[in-house]
Ligand binder design. Structure first.
Ligand code: NDP
Length: 400
């Protein structure tokens, strides 16, 4: 099972040609890694970023398989994307790229086959362009992508779900120790979908957010990043495609540090929500030395291996991404159910379902992660619980 589970079922690789606004023909590579469909259709995001390679997508699809199993919903694991860089591109260029990407991808996906979603560089707008092209080519209106707009099959709270879920998981870990988020200071990296919604939920639950970041550096606002400031960041990063350093011109209490991650800022809790390997061993030592008691990974594998060991040795609460950020794919799973049933649930129903799913994942982690003496190894708990479900299904199918 270990040897079979480590091999993706299928890796599709294809050329994507598109025309830029100056009439130049541009060529990119696109991929879809269909990792494992033992417990449901392949499911996982699409990433557009110059750092995307087949290797990056393979690790993300592998992680996704166990994350999806942890949610308790019937979803297999996959991941896709392209080395296309959306930064500095016009909306028309992004549309032409998305259409060209889907013109290849459409033959490999389907509502019961493989259901992609968004990820870094792919938000509601890009999902719209890709869904439109899928519908145009196949003449089918079907739940083939998640993260869709509310008017055309999307689910309420899908946009918020990953960040909110990462904070619900954090609250579950704290509650297991008789604590909550009220009055706790939080350091967050990133300023995209996951980071801004994690910040929003921390504020709603009574915590104080001190930092946000992007690939240019981080901002530190000792007065706290309030809902009003988060709304400004969302508009600035998403609609204006701006840089996080512009925050300091808008809110004078903040400072910007170029080229650095925010982990040296003392805090009670930390949420890495930007990208992989953004928190290394030295960063982890600094967080622990400064009194950080809990880390919840909003991004996928943001803490490198040395950092994970530091957190485990210090026995602080550490939630790996496959458990902590599963709220996004969970609500994607609920979007698939709503599409199949041709219905939509209310926001209150979905909020409750998301909370229940995150509490369920926390419980599953406890089953295999409780080490006694008050220490819970969430990495071990999440890995074993996710693996067991997929492995049991594969065993039932025989050698296929
Ligand atoms: P967005 O594109 O909305 O935001 C990404 C953020 O991370 C931006 O602030 C970006 O800065 C920063 N960033 C991206 N790449 C790098 C890099 N190489 N170095 C430094 N900063 C970087 O993406 P999401 O918020 O959707 O995704 C963030 C993380 O969460 C990813 O790991 C993703 O896989 C994971 N995730 C997302 C889910 C979702 O539902 N969206 C679900 C589960 C996990 P800049 O603007 O400068 O590029």
């Amino acid at each position: 099972i270990l040897r079979r589970i480590a091999e993706p079922d299928r890796v599709v690789s294809f050329r994507v040609c598109w025309e830029d606004d100056n009439g130049n023909i541009r060529v990119q590579r696109g991929w879809r890694v269909q990792n494992n469909n033992a417990i449901g259709p392949y499911k996982g995001g699409i990433r557009f970023h110059p750092s995307v390679t087949e290797s990056v997508l393979k690790f993300l699809a592998f992680e996704q398989t166990f994350k999806n199993a942890l949610t308790g919903l019937p979803m297999g694991g996959g991941k896709g994307g392209s080395n296309f860089n959306p930064k500095g591109k016009s909306v028309r260029e992004i549309m032409r790229f998305c259409q060209s990407f889907m013109t290849e991808l459409y033959r490999h996906i389907g509502a019961d086959v493989d259901v992609p979603a968004g990820d870094i560089g792919v938000g509601g707008r890009e999902i719209g362009f890709m869904f439109g092209q899928y519908k145009r080519i196949t003449n089918e209106f079907t739940g083939v992508l998640t993260g869709k707009g509310l008017e055309w099959g999307g689910s309420l709270i899908r946009t918020e779900a990953t960040g909110y879920g990462a904070v619900y998981f954090l609250a579950n870990m704290l509650a297991a120790k008789g604590q909550d988020l009220v009055g706790k200071s939080a350091v967050i990296s990133g300023s995209g979908n996951v980071a801004t919604h994690a910040a929003e939920k921390i504020v709603q639950l009574g915590g104080k957010v001190l930092t946000l970041s992007d690939s240019g550096g981080f901002i530190h606002d000792p007065d706290g990043i309030t809902q009003e400031k988060i709304d400004w960041v969302k508009a600035h990063k998403t609609h204006r495609r701006g840089r996080i350093e512009d925050y300091c011109a808008e809110f004078k209490s903040a400072t910007f540090t170029a080229g650095k991650t925010p982990w040296a800022v003392p805090c009670d809790v930390a949420l890495p929500c930007a990208t992989q390997n953004e928190l290394n061993g030295d960063d982890a030592k600094m967080l622990v030395a400064n009194g950080c008691i809990a880390v919840s990974e909003g991004a996928n594998m943001p803490t490198d291996l040395a950092g994970v060991h530091v957190f485990k040795d210090a026995k602080i609460m550490f939630a790996p991404g496959k458990a902590a950020n599963a709220g996004g794919v969970a609500v994607s799973g609920l979007e698939m159910s709503q599409n199949s049933g041709r219905r939509s649930w209310s926001e209150a129903e979905l909020q409750q379902m998301l909370k229940d799913i995150m509490a369920g994942i926390h419980e599953r982690c406890l089953t295999y992660g409780d080490q006694g003496g008050g220490y819970i190894d969430y990495v071990k708990g999440a890995n074993i619980a996710g693996f067991k479900k997929v492995a049991d299904a594969m065993l039932a199918f025989g050698v296929v």
